[in-house]
Design a protein around this ligand. Structure first.
Ligand SMILES: NC(=O)c1ccc[n+]([C@@H]2O[C@H](COP(=O)([O-])OP(=O)(O)OC[C@H]3O[C@@H](n4cnc5c(N)ncnc54)[C@H](OP(=O)(O)O)[C@@H]3O)[C@@H](O)[C@H]2O)c1
Length: 304
């Protein structure tokens, strides 16, 4: 596994992260096996959110840590806050502080390593968010901060007031969800792929040393694309590379994300122990330049 240190931190974290959004469906024994396999495969970064399964994902993870306290020292825990399910988004101090208290309690830890603002709050007052971050950092409840699903100017606005560096931006990205790359390839064209939907967030994050954490890497507008007949060409290309490198189809997808020079940290959400061990092997291979474009094109993306 390859490890990296986000600028301004002393974290040493795996290039592949494990997302915990789906773990509520596992028994305690299955969860224990999943996380131990993940750690044994070199993954030391786990992503949560206060809202996953209404808090049950954090709670189950916390119970697991209680029974395996030595695991805590080996891993970095990130969680997200700011979504009010079914209502909207809330970055007001009282709400953010209550989210953090809830996550700390459910996870059974005294400090969250990384806290992300989950989705932009249209009524965000950045000065107030900055005061919350200061309070959380001074009290030792949170070490580092970042955002999720934010565009460049939303990040700039927050960063203007926050004294802490925003180290991550979590965004949906994978071979079948490439809008942040398409606009950069179709510059100055009149087709749909040229539409700049996110303010060139990929380039912005690279320029500002913000690590992009791609979420749902196997997703497409038609659900999971692996094995999906609508993505025949993509699956054939993935299968070809899977045979060439002797890794699984999911690992080829991860290798494709890791090959991008932005050095993103993809978050995979599998609940299957064998699958996470296989996926971790993606960090051992490097796709060629042609192979990267081959997957991009096979996903149905047009090259002008
Ligand atoms: N910031 C945000 O707004 C946001 C949004 C969504 C998610 N996230 C984060 O991103 C993480 C990943 O999201 P995700 O779980 O949607 O992403 P994902 O890793 O793309 O999808 C995981 C799903 O794909 C299935 N899968 C993977 N490989 C497969 C294969 N080869 N064949 C069949 N099924 C396969 C998994 O099933 P198995 O469990 O059976 O392997 C699981 O149901 C989440 O856990 C969360 O931490 C963030």
């Amino acid at each position: 596994m390859e490890y990296f240190t986000p600028k301004g931190t002393n974290l040493k974290i795996s290039r592949i992260a494990h997302g915990c959004m789906r773990i509520a469906e596992l028994t305690d024994k299955e969860l224990d096996r999943l996380i131990k396999t993940s750690v044994d495969s070199g993954i030391n970064f786990f992503d949560h959110a206060d809202i996953y399964a209404g808090g049950l994902c954090e709670e189950k993870f916390g119970n697991m840590l209680k029974h395996e306290p030595s695991l805590k020292d080996k891993i970095t825990i990130q969680t997200k806050c700011g979504i009010v399910i079914g209502k909207g988004y809330d970055f007001r101090p009282e709400y953010l502080l209550s989210c953090v208290e809830g996550s700390l309690k459910r996870l059974g830890i005294e400090q969250i390593d990384v806290l992300l603002l989950h989705r932009p709050d249209a009524l965000c007052e950045p000065e107030k968010v900055a005061a919350v971050f200061d309070k959380l950092q001074k009290s030792g409840k949170v070490r580092y901060f970042g955002v999720s699903n934010h565009n460049p100017y939303q990040i700039e606005l927050l960063q203007k007031y926050c004294s802490q560096r925003l180290i991550f931006n979590q965004l949906q990205f994978g071979p079948a969800h490439t809008s942040m790359i398409d606009a950069g390839i179709h510059v100055n064209m009149a087709d749909g792929a040229a539409v700049m939907r996110d303010g060139l967030v990929l380039d912005y994050c690279r320029l500002n040393d913000i690590t992009i954490q791609p979420w749902s890497p196997f997703s497409s507008p038609d659900g999971m694309f692996l094995g999906n007949p609508k993505y025949k060409a993509l699956n054939e290309e993935i299968e070809r590379l899977s045979k060439k490198y002797n890794i699984t189809d999911s690992a080829v997808v991860l290798a494709w994300i890791l090959r991008h020079p932005a050095k993103m940290q993809p978050i995979v959400g599998t609940t299957n122990a064998k699958r996470i061990a296989d996926i971790a092997k993606a960090s051992q291979i490097e796709l060629t330049h042609d192979e990267w474009y081959g997957i991009y094109r096979a996903a149905g993306n047009d090259i002008p």
